[in-house]
Design a protein around this ligand. Structure first.
Ligand SMILES: [Zn+2]
Length: 208
């Protein structure tokens, strides 16, 4: 997964600022296409700021044709991309117009990896990943992609984790027989506190 952090290099409105949220208020990941054959985070940011008069780019990630993922907003930023769902949604935009062209393998692979990362990071399930058109119930064709196929792919690797009989608020992804989870929420729900020593690059788990 090739990730390029461009959050601080994009056009921003001189006065306006997006509101922010805690990560726990994120409940959906919304998938978009740009509806254009070309473009990138820089051109979309200029358009959203100069033409739409928005505080900044509307998306959290942009996936280029070569599969590069541009990280465009902190996940805490409540940017504009799915109307009244903005406060609870993260926006991923794939460059292309999938009404007229087919998503290429680079973009498809990057989208899958990014979704897996976000499921683990945000404790979500594949059912929380929706097309823009599904969230807004047919008011747009965006992203013109087969969302069931994406969810089915993610479901193959996704696992729920139960502590005794209670479902934990933690998502796991299994790769090659190894289960990847976010350590902090996992350990905290087991009753441990997590301390990070950056100098020694050590994590200490201590009983709460
Ligand atoms: Zn859209």
């Amino acid at each position: 997964m090739k990730l390029e952090d461009v959050r601080h290099r994009l056009a921003k409105h001189p006065e306006k600022q997006y509101k922010r949220r805690p990560l726990t208020s994120i409940k959906q990941i919304a998938i978009h296409h740009s509806g254009t054959r070309e473009g990138d985070a820089f051109s979309f940011a200029r358009y959203h700021v100069h033409e739409n008069d928005w505080p900044g780019i509307g998306y959290h990630y942009v996936i280029l044709k070569d599969g590069t993922i541009q990280w465009t907003n902190d996940l805490e930023v409540i940017s504009y991309h799915v109307q009244n769902h903005n406060p609870s949604a993260v926006g991923i935009c794939l460059v292309g117009d999938f009404r007229k062209e087919i998503i290429n393998t680079n973009q498809k692979d990057s989208l899958r990896s990014l979704c897996e990362f976000l499921l683990v990071k945000l404790s979500l399930s594949p059912l929380n990943i929706l097309g823009h058109n599904e969230l807004l119930q047919g008011k747009t064709e965006c992203p013109a992609l087969n969302m069931n196929e994406l969810r089915q792919y993610l479901t193959q690797n996704y696992v729920e984790i139960y502590l005794e009989n209670k479902k934990m608020d933690v998502s796991g992804i299994i790769k090659e027989g190894i289960t990847f989870v976010a350590l902090r929420p996992f350990a905290e729900q087991l009753g441990y506190q997590v301390f990070w020593d950056g100098e020694k690059r050590r994590i200490y788990l201590t009983k709460k």
